[in-house]
Design a protein. Sequence first.
Length: 109
Amino acid sequence: MRAGLLARSRITIERATASQNTYGEDVPTWNTIGSCWANIRPLQGRELEAAQQTWAEARFRIEVRYQRGAGFQRKDRVIWGTRTLDILDVEDPDQRQRRLFLTCKEYAS
């Protein structure tokens, strides 16, 4: 892992916690669980069509240093500048606890 590559983008990881509004409905509240430097690469872009609507889906692979105790999960999200990315997968490729790869997606309408 080249340390200089991870200094390109600052990201924030958020996790949803359930709270209820005045009507008793569950409303997700996003809390920051950490922030770190990352290397972000676009993987693919494609057009999806459903219910006669077309939108673009972009996927990214984010490489970060291993965060001991952070416990990134699939239900978390990444804030990258003004963009919000949903985490699809978290993997430790060589099982040596040195780096993590986060596979994420972003919808743009």
